[in-house]
Design a protein around this ligand. Structure first.
Ligand SMILES: *Cc1c(COP(=O)(O)O)cnc(C)c1O
Length: 375
């Protein structure tokens, strides 16, 4: 059994993916070719934001968005303590002060109350200016944007949606990557919308931001004269081959993959809700189920169950074994454990089960039976 079955997806989409690749090879326009423009237009329309600018990966996408706003020294950037490190590290890389914030244990997303407290603490200290909230759509479920945006507005801050794991999710009729002042995603193979290598994108609402991002991803080049570099940027482009692979995958995601992962998640929850803490999707929210993560009773039980499932050929993962505040890279900061009770709880107890759109009912039954037996 596969944790994410990319081979099954390829078999389902082989004809279109192979044709797309062959087309790129025959035309020979390998960097930012016409399929990249087509993908950018389709992604922007798909999420409901005016512009999409593709880049080399989801980490660069976050950094480009922060650079677009001129974030740097003196600014405080807040993000969830329980996330992939890029949500945090990108702010530090451009010189901003990163402040991790505790999560909500039901959704694994940033806790709005903890966010408010953290912002007020930074304001009171007066060393850094609260500037951005990087809200992460962890495991496929959008963060609580209504509250997060209200808090940010009250403190004169911007919101950046880190939709790396969130593509395909919704709140009401609004799609992930349309929240906040800008959004980013990743096309790393295992994400809900993944390519066959690295890729990412930034979503923005104005022509000015679109132009600025296109300059920043090409070493700050000028619009009229590309050898007049007007600012310091980076080299972060999407390969045309990856765009050609993503086009049929985007179609499949919308046609049936989101429905398929939601059906699988519902079956897991139905079968497991009385034996472990199953993930909570808030009313009106849709998850794209980048992960299906349950909470066991303790670290000891989690580790034992993971070993037993492994012995039976069932792959599981621990996303994530430690919070941002515990990372060695931030060892010189003062982030006491008391600020992060829910992250610590999650790191001790989480276990992600096999989840992808090609999971069969038999697969789900095998996982459920083995998990119950291990418990
Ligand atoms: C994967 C991921 C990223 C980074 O994306 P890459 O394409 O791997 O650089 C950023 N944030 C979150 C939440 C992620 O899961």
């Amino acid at each position: 059994m596969q944790f994410h079955d990319l081979a099954a997806q390829y078999q389902a989409l082989k004809k279109d993916i192979d044709a797309g690749i062959a087309d790129v090879l025959s035309k020979g326009h390998f960097i930012l070719g016409e399929q990249v423009t087509e993908l950018e237009n389709k992604l922007a329309a798909d999420v409901g934001r005016k512009h999409c600018v593709c880049c080399a990966n989801g980490t660069d996408a976050l950094e480009l968005a922060l650079m677009m706003w001129g974030i740097g020294e003196g600014d405080a950037v807040f993000t969830a303590d329980f996330t992939y490190f890029a949500s945090a590290g990108t702010a530090s890389r451009i010189g901003a002060e990163l402040i991790p914030v505790d999560i909500d244990l039901d959704t694994f997303n940033i806790c709005p109350d903890a966010l408010e407290k953290a912002i007020e603490r930074v304001e009171k200290e007066g060393r850094f200016k609260p500037a951005v909230v990087v809200a992460v759509d962890l495991f496929g479920q959008p963060a609580q944007y209504e509250r997060i945006e209200a808090i940010a507005k009250a403190h004169g801050m911007r919101v950046l949606e880190d939709g790396a794991q969130g593509y395909g999710g919704q709140i009401g009729s609004r799609h992930a990557c349309s929240f906040g002042d800008a959004a980013t995603t990743s096309f790393f193979p295992a994400k809900p919308l993944g390519c066959y290598g690295d890729g990412g994108a930034v979503f923005v609402g104005s022509d000015e931001e679109d132009a600025l991002l296109r300059s920043l991803r090409a070493n700050g080049r000028g619009v009229q004269d590309k050898y007049d570099n007007q600012r310091i940027g980076m080299n972060s482009r999407l390969d045309t081959l990856q765009a050609a692979i993503l086009l049929p995958k985007l179609k499949a995601l919308r046609e049936y993959e989101i429905d398929a992962v939601n059906a699988a998640a519902q079956k897991y929850t139905e079968a497991l809700k009385d034996v472990v803490k199953t993930p909570v999707v808030l009313p009106g929210y849709v998850s794209s189920w980048a992960q299906y993560t349950v909470l066991l009773d303790s670290r000891e039980q989690r580790d034992r169950v993971q070993q037993e499932l492994k012995a039976q050929g069932i792959p599981t993962m621990v996303y994530y074994p430690r919070g941002v505040h515990e990372q060695t890279a931030y060892a010189d900061r003062h982030f006491p454990d008391e600020w992060y009770p829910n992250t610590i709880e999650a790191t001790n107890r989480v276990l992600a089960l096999p989840m992808h759109p090609y999971l069969t009912d038999e697969d789900i039954q095998t996982v459920v039976t083995a998990l119950k037996k291990a418990l």
